[in-house]
Ligand binder design. Sequence first.
Ligand code: DAH
Length: 343
Amino acid sequence: MNLADNLEDLRARFEDALKNSAGASSLDAVRVAFLGRSGEVTAVRRSIGKLPPAERPAAGQRINEAVEQMERALNEAQANAQALEVGASLSQRIDVTFPSIKPQQGSIHPMKRVMHDVCAYFERHGFAVVVGPEIEPDYYNFDALNIPPDHPAREGFDSFFLTPNLLLRPHTSPMQIRTMQQHRPPVAVVVPGTCYRRDAVDARHLFQFNQCEGLLIDEGVHMGHLKGMLTGMCREIFGSEQQVRFRPSYFPFTEPSAEVDTTCPLCRGAGGECRMCGGSGWIELGGAGMVHPNVLRNVEYDPDVYSGWAFGFGVERMALVRYDVDDIRRFFENDHAFLEQLA
Ligand code: DAH
């Protein structure tokens, strides 16, 4: 074989070897076999010595050209093989069946959820949700609500005074006055909000707590409307079996007045040894009644034309009943395990 045929044959075998090699390591083997120090190209180079001296430079150049082409092809094949291997190793690391890490998600606090649900119930019945200041003068907390300065009922509110005339509101009832001052009847509002009293903290009391107040004023409103609305609310918040009981009571701003109880969620009204209701079968939610004519007069509503009802319920108390929790402090300890159970 002459040199040209030799090179042709070499190139054909090189291309075959390249085609048949899979992966970077077998390409290395091809490089060694053809271009390595004791590879096939070297053998062809040696054969130059047998040529007449005049032909040697041209023969050397042809070999060099062939070697350059082979090297280019090898480098290209090697780059391709590497890219494939990297791609394969990356796709192995992404296991789409592997369980993902769930993002931490918060939830609405049980107290807020009750507050929201109470408001939603009344909104559906045409009430507006209004909120008011937590710092109120005497007038809104007491005087306008028919509790004059020397009235013994003021004692019951055990308030935090900021100045002789300003206090942290001990109930949401001041918003009854503010609402009626701003609007002519008919009026239908629900007032969620935080209240403060100088109470010693125990399983049933906090010095900072929340109430939901309700107020409806129109012509011809009577106690039956109050009873129907509060019974409906309790059934929605606590379940369809829920009973509501009105116990005669006294508040200066309502006449007649009642304290409102609902079936104990734990014993379902059976009483006995029940730890939640102490055996009565009932849990007290708050106060209610028909708005006192003096209160209507204080906001220049004519009590001969208008009448209305009001109520004020403790939100934490409702949450205790709804979630069957026996200590009000549990809601505010920020114990995740506890709060997650109720979420
Ligand atoms: N404000 C009263 C309290 O905190 C509760 C209350 C009783 C509110 C009767 C009312 C009501 O609106 O009519 O003890």
